[in-house]
Design a protein around this ligand. Structure first.
Ligand SMILES: O=C(O)CCC(=O)C(=O)O
Length: 282
């Protein structure tokens, strides 16, 4: 079978398997720049390994990546990935978090989990969140390619956290490939038994009505957010979901960044009624 290529094929694969790989869609030059930026930021800010077993005691996770370098602004906006995420959630989705996942040699496999396991909601359910794992180096069996359990997003329970005896497949892929998966998919980062680091980004989108994993409105200084492209500002939460959720005293929060806001659902329905009242009778 050929790999899913069209948007519809990718959506179908995602809905069936809970994940889909977009092979080598990021240009090698962008991959190198992103990897170099991670190395530079880690050194400049003297960042070390994460402090918990889940995050990885031999893993460097740089959270809130948008504040470090405009290079990262293009990541959540990558058109093929954003299109797919918009089709799976909807056009008013949010960026939930953007962080790096740099697995150093010796990193053990992560505990098996799913990303919305904390939420007491029935399963199976429509996708609440979609994680896009960007491979910034080749993902191999040896260096920690993510384990996924195909179809498990449709199971009626979350995985037994950390279970070791559950069969999985490895998302091996070339640098520049991106794997999108449903947050409900059972998965875990692999062990890095190689001699080199596995570089990756996690660009995690969620439904527009859901609380974001990172608080991007408080975590990104407003003066910096003001410089983002409008779509990125909306993704970070400077937007109102369905014209209702997230307004500030009836205004779109994007007005705080000096942009024109969209109307609330209440303003829009009055405007529609006024248009209809003024329209000539048929
Ligand atoms: O590093 C990986 O391959 C997966 C990471 C992951 O699933 C997580 O941190 O939730």
């Amino acid at each position: 079978m050929h790999p899913p290529v069209t948007l519809d094929e990718r959506i179908a694969a995602f809905r069936r398997d809970g994940f889909v790989v977009l092979p080598e869609i990021i240009a090698p030059a962008q991959v190198s720049l992103l990897q170099e930026a991670l190395i530079r930021i880690e050194a400049e800010h003297n960042l070390g390994y994460a402090k918990t077993a889940f995050e990885g005691r031999k893993t460097v996770r740089i959270n809130n990546l948008l504040v470090y370098d405009p290079l990262f602004w293009d990541v959540p906006l990558q058109p093929e990935i954003l299109d797919l995420a918009e089709r799976l959630l909807d056009r008013e989705l949010l960026l939930s978090s953007l962080c790096s996942l740099t697995l150093a040699p010796g990193q053990a496999a992560q505990p098996l989990h799913e990303d919305t396991q904390q939420l007491a909601l029935p399963r199976p359910r429509p996708p609440l969140a979609v994680n896009a794992i960007w491979a910034l180096s080749d993902f191999t069996q040896d260096n920690g390619a993510t384990h996924v359990v195909p179809g498990s997003h449709l199971y009626d329970s979350a995985p037994p956290y950390g279970a070791q005896d559950i069969e999985s497949v490895r998302a091996t892929m070339k640098a520049g490939s991106v794997m999108l998966f449903d947050s409900a998919l059972w998965h875990k980062g692999g062990a890095n038994d190689s001699n080199s680091r596995r570089y990756a980004l996690s660009c995690y989108y969620c439904a527009g009505w859901m609380r974001q994993q990172e608080n991007l409105q408080l975590g990104i200084p407003a003066d910096l957010a003001r410089r983002f492209p409008r779509r990125l500002q909306e993704l970070c939460g400077y937007s109102i979901y369905k014209g209702q959720y997230g307004h500030i005293d009836n205004a779109d929060p994007i007005t705080l960044l000096g942009r024109e806001g969209r109307p609330t659902v209440w303003q829009a329905s009055d405007a529609k009624a006024a248009r209809n009242a003024g329209a000539p009778k048929a």
